[in-house]
Write a protein that binds this ligand. Structure first.
Ligand code: ACM
Length: 378
């Protein structure tokens, strides 16, 4: 395999693998934008050790077989060893065997269900101990113990709900209903779910619906005249981008737990938001997906500067333990598990479609993807 070596003066080639078409594009477009802004910033400052970063961009079109095919092409034919990509856990799981067989390194910027470790992945989104746990406690305290689960039908929602059910049970909460819909569900598919919710009378709804279907879920909730102030939908994946797509009135009062929100007031975030809007337009919405995609490229750059090779066996040990002043605050890669230590925040959508933060951690929360430090972990 033709990995770039230290003597070359060629550009650094990296793979970029986010869906910019299909039902996941509403979320993955943000990750693509975050990645490209970081690459542009680095190149504008002279690249890495004098060499420009050149992205090889593919669009897997929300199709897991294309993720597999394009990952293989990047690693085998394009001679790339670094890939920034994937939103759904299904797409990550689809390319994992290829990464391990061909020794590529995936930088994965999405929250997920945890319980995974690969020497070929750096995980920069939150695991359940960094978002679900705080959200569970918040919902019980502010809304009540009876929670309804609605999710897309694939691994992240099922596993995320398994963990949320344990968190709830250990705190006196209960699951009063559970529904799963296709990743390509339409608005009308949510009608029976809303009927079920109305009957179950939960205190809150925990949604693990992702992509375009997110918009239909919130619209159906609105159509049924359910009260978001009283019984909100709480999610880990409904970001500024999805709220923009559904309309602010539809999103208002609902809740999201995430490491990052666009309105964070610190110099690193102000710079990031300014650059994002300059490049993608004043109305472009910045979110947790874009932010993780952005800071992980800067972590890659920091490591690459030191080792001057993208070979995963050399680069990865330097990434482990490294840290950065990201737009969300200080983040670092936990050397025990290759997952980022990220912040834990909970926010409510306001009438302008922005999130008002109602709770946050004092510091970044140490990643614990196997919940070793948490009692209810199976
Ligand atoms: C996800 O599928 N990791 C949101």
């Amino acid at each position: 395999m033709a990995f770039h070596d230290a003597k070359s003066s060629e550009p650094w080639q990296v793979g970029v693998l986010f869906s910019r078409s299909g039902f996941m594009s509403v979320s993955e477009e943000s990750q693509f934008h975050g990645t490209m802004i970081a690459i542009d910033e680095i190149n504008a400052e002279g690249g890495v050790n004098g060499r420009e970063i050149v992205p090889r961009i593919y669009d897997p079109s929300s199709d897991n077989s294309l993720y597999r095919e394009q990952a293989r092409r990047l690693l085998c034919e394009d001679g790339v060893s670094t890939i920034f990509g994937c939103y759904t856990s299904a797409s990550r799981k689809a390319i994992l065997p290829i990464l391990e067989r061909l020794n590529g390194l995936l930088w994965y910027p999405t929250i997920y269900e945890g319980f995974e470790y690969s020497p070929n992945i750096i995980y920069t989104g939150a695991a359940p101990n960094q978002n679900s746990l705080a959200l569970c406690e918040f919902l019980i305290e502010h809304y009540g113990p009876r929670v309804y689960f609605v999710g897309s039908d694939y691994i992240y929602p099922h596993e995320s709900n398994r963990i949320m059910r344990q968190f709830l049970a250990a705190r006196g909460g209960e699951v009063v209903g559970e529904s799963y819909l296709s990743l390509v569900a339409r608005r009308e598919d949510f009608i029976p779910v809303m009927r079920d919710i109305r009957e179950a009378r939960p205190d809150a709804i925990f949604s693990t619906v992702v992509g375009e279907a997110t918009v239909y879920l919130y619209e159906a909730f609105n159509d049924f005249n359910l009260n978001a102030k009283q019984t909100p939908i709480a999610s880990l994946t409904t970001t500024e981008a999805e709220i923009e797509a559904m309309g602010y009135d539809v999103g208002e009062h609902h809740i999201t737990a995430a490491s990052y929100f666009e309105g964070l007031d610190n110099p690193s975030n102000q710079r990031f938001v300014h650059r994002f809007k300059k490049r993608y337009g004043e109305s472009a919405r910045v979110n947790v997906c874009a932010e993780a995609a952005y800071f992980q490229v800067h972590l890659f750059k920091k490591a690459l500067e030191l080792v001057n090779t993208t070979h995963p066996d050399v680069l990865r040990p330097v990434v482990l333990g490294s840290s950065l002043e990201a737009p969300q605050g200080t983040v670092s890669i936990n050397p025990n598990c290759s997952h980022a230590n990220v912040w834990s925040r909970i926010a409510k959508v306001n009438a302008l479609g922005q999130f008002d933060i109602v709770q946050q951690s004092q510091n970044e929360v140490v990643s614990d993807p196997f919940m070793i430090g948490i009692k209810e972990r199976n």
